[in-house]
Design a protein around this ligand. Sequence first.
Ligand code: NI
Length: 232
Amino acid sequence: MSTKVTWLGHATVLVRTGAGKTLIIDPWLEGNPLCPPEHLAPRVDAILITHGHPEHLGSAVALADRVRPEAVVGSRELCEWLTEQGVTSTIGLNTGGSVEVAGTRVTMVRAEHSNGIRDGDRTVYGGAAAGYIIDLGELTLYHAGDTSLFGDMQLIGEMYEPDLALLPIGGYSTMGPSEAARACRLLGVSQVVPIHYGTSPQLSGRPEELLAALEVESPRCQVHALRPGESI
Ligand code: NI
């Protein structure tokens, strides 16, 4: 079995490892306008959360309650909040930290973004927003979370040598296609899956714009413009 990466709309990504384990990143399932109905109730071994905004934290509490994954990974503060919601098996990392999860090595890396958790009528501090490097042995993935472009993506590329990057391109609340193309160059990746677009009118960046920008920034980088539910 080889690794399978499935986009479920927005920043929600399923990763099936070669050993048959499944991780989900930012599980926004119920309410995600792009999530195909057949993917609303995945079986997962681990949940990774980049930050606490509702379209990323999403269905994490309900999903964790249902499937009892071996690990729910997020920032320390986000995990403290999840524990208050009854989620067990949380692993509260901070940027730079790594942990073995579902047979993979997961490293939390920096993202440039805010991270409040909406809790009733207040917003609580969620720690640092993050991205993840997922080392699957045969393949290394980088899920950038919500972020702007930043120069240390070059360092992330040098240090972890990701093969495939999942990068936001919508703009408005993250970087857009031109910044994502520069990110591909800094990271040195040969493959990119555009995410975080098309779920609201403001997130107007499109894969064709990423493709056009890559012709200048990193012509050999291949764009996989997945439809929701589609895999590579
Ligand atoms: Ni966000």
